[in-house]
Design a protein around this ligand. Sequence first.
Ligand code: CP
Length: 305
Amino acid sequence: MITDMSKSLISIQDFSKEEILHVLETAKEFEKNKEQKFLEGKVIGSLFFEPSTRTRLSFETAVNRLGAKVIGFSDASNTSQSKGETLKDTIKMVSNYVDMIIMRHPLEGSSRYASEVASVPVVNAGDGANQHPSQTLLDLYSILQTQGTLENLTINMVGDLKYGRTTHSLLQAMSHFNPKFIFTAPEELKMPKEYKDFLDAKGIEYIETADMEEHIDDCDILYMTRVQQERFTDLMEYERVKDVYRLKASMLAGAKPGMKILHPLPRVNEIDQDVDDTPNAYYFKQAENGLYIRMAIISYLLGYR
Ligand code: CP
């Protein structure tokens, strides 16, 4: 199906609940059949101003699987940004070459700005500590695949809830589905007030704790995150909190049988390798799901599915 729509995805709040469910449904079709080359003739710009493994490679694989071609860069130091070119000029110029721009950038708000100056749809592949909506859609897909529903689940978010953009986007998306949240973080990395205000306004329950072992047995999803070294301005503060949580297989003895551990990855040391072999570990399959979701996002935003 080709529709006349063409839009950007900057924040997960740009998608309604119906659009979210539509993309999840389309991703299921792509998981069954990865070779669907209906974007032949299209060119997609992949502009990564910040390091990435999964997001860039799964988006670029999605483009290839859909029959389109990719141009772009994974290291902005090789671009004319290093000669002083502004983001505005870069985006306006790349807009003239491609049918869609996928962009990761360290500055919060940069993707929204890019979508305002671009003449083609822009997908936010992560903007600083702000949002990472394609990660959220693959997180939702992973939750749906493992729990059979998105409704009435208890999600325990652990680690860097201050700078972790994936937790911010996921919290907003899950607000459509009557969740309960447990926010497990040290004082320095607590969920920012604006996100708690968002939940309060919607009447969604949450509790906060600093003790990781306290609520492992209560949750359906244990959403682990890395402490984001690159976002700290005070390295002493990073040193104080970097090893605050370390999940071990022995901590999972009382977990619900269907409880799944998600992590956007990369992990550093917050999940021991002995967890990888437990039935609760789902993070590598979660990363694989990124391919199907990103095929669905590109198709939807270009008006093809
Ligand atoms: N989850 C995620 O965004 O991973 P990358 O930084 O490797 O893209």
